[in-house]
Write a protein that binds this ligand. Structure first.
Ligand SMILES: Cc1ncc(COP(=O)(O)O)c(C=O)c1O
Length: 367
């Protein structure tokens, strides 16, 4: 298979398709822009790597100033740690003895923290950490409006924090107050107002803990959509955005601060009628949530339908009807987190030539 790996320097139009390609200049600008925002606010940046799933990109984020990374799944954290990345916050509840054993194994070599919202889980984590002679950082997962996981920002945070503080092997670090539901609200004022509600809830949780003399070393919140809203509150110590690295069609409608850097390059495989083209990236190469993708490379093309390995496109203009089998089409996926997860490699391009190939090492690490 190795002989079919494209050599560095290959022009974009000659890459085999479908491939996930990165505009390296755009990605590096995005990484630097987020890092410099955090520097300007004196807050820490801990990017969420569920977006790109690549230890190589995580290392670039750390080189630009990130203090560590977030992972959603333990399996992602194991991969990142195996590539030498330290200081990992798993923004997920680690439940069940099998996973807890894996977490302890990871903590032997890596500084790792997790979120909790349940006292019984605290007891399980503590017993395992104590037995394994490791220390696990713990943040309370607080529901600040997403109504997903998390304890309510009322007095119950005190009981949970005290349980963590009393638990051998666990180190209470603070609060995880992420609200994913508001990140893609397109109206800026509405997003800002929803973020303000979340930040009030976060402050309420902090104040309950203060009343019990429990200080929070870390208060983390905020994704790409609210990075500069969440990041401006003085009670926030770090933010955890992910999508700013590649952006995608959905996020492109939310904010202009970061540019699209991650696209799919595909080939026309069939031109059955005058106004129909079929390209080689169906839903196994391009996720269909946040539908539709944007066709970047040409105008007069609209996405008609997707099947497993085919994407059918309507050609609406005379120019677009010139497309022939073998021609290339570049698309901005609706959602890049889920699209990247479908790919084995990321192809980094500069000046339209292949500069680097990175494996998507943490793809499918759902356990
Ligand atoms: C817990 C958590 N933190 C951070 C992020 C990153 O958010 P975004 O990709 O909107 O920047 C996500 C994304 O889903 C998330 O689930």
């Amino acid at each position: 298979m190795q002989e079919f790996t494209p050599s560095l320097g290959t022009p974009k139009e000659e890459l085999d398709t479908p491939s996930f390609i990165i505009d390296l200049d755009a990605m590096e600008n995005n990484i630097e822009k987020m890092a410099s925002y955090c520097r300007s606010k004196s807050i820490n940046l801990r990017p969420h790597t569920k977006h790109h799933k690549s230890p190589d990109i995580a290392k670039k984020q750390i080189a630009a100033g990130a203090i560590g990374i977030c992972c959603q799944k333990l399996g992602e954290a194991e991969i990142m740690a195996s590539h030498g990345i330290d200081n990992i916050l798993i923004t997920y509840e680690i439940i069940g003895s099998f996973k807890i054993r894996r977490l302890m194994a990871l903590a032997k070599s890596t500084k790792v923290s997790v979120t909790v919202d349940d006292v019984a889980n605290v007891v399980d984590l503590s017993e395992a950490a104590n037995a394994a002679q490791v220390s696990i950082g713990v943040l309370l997962d607080v529901n600040v409006g997403q109504n997903r996981c998390g304890v309510e920002p009322d007095k119950s945070v005190i009981d949970l924090a005290q349980a963590v503080e009393a638990a051998p092997g666990l180190q209470f670090l603070g609060i995880h107050a992420y609200n994913g539901a508001i990140q893609s609200v397109e109206d800026d004022d509405k997003r800002k107002s929803l973020d303000s509600d979340s930040m009030e809830k976060t402050l309420a949780a902090i104040n309950h803990l203060r009343s019990a003399e429990i200080p929070c070393e870390i208060v983390t919140a905020g994704g790409t959509g609210t990075y500069n809203m969440t990041g401006s509150y003085s009670h926030i110590t770090e933010i955890q955005p992910g999508s700013y690295v590649f952006m995608d069609a959905q996020y492109g409608r939310v904010l202009p601060d970061f540019v699209n850097a991650g696209t799919i390059i595909a080939s026309v495989i069939s031109r059955p009628t005058q106004d129909r083209a079929v390209i080689d990236c169906g839903m196994k190469a391009l996720s269909t949530d946040q539908w539709p993708p944007i066709i970047k490379s040409a105008s007069g093309l609209t996405v008609a339908s997707a099947s497993d390995e085919h994407l059918t496109i309507t050609l609406e203009s005379e120019t677009s009807q010139q497309l022939r089998p073998g021609d290339k089409v570049e698309l901005i996926p609706g959602h890049n987190d889920t699209t990247v997860n479908l790919h084995t490699h990321l192809f980094g391009m500069r000046n339209n030539r292949l500069e680097v190939i990175w494996p998507v090492s943490a793809r499918a690490m759902i356990r």
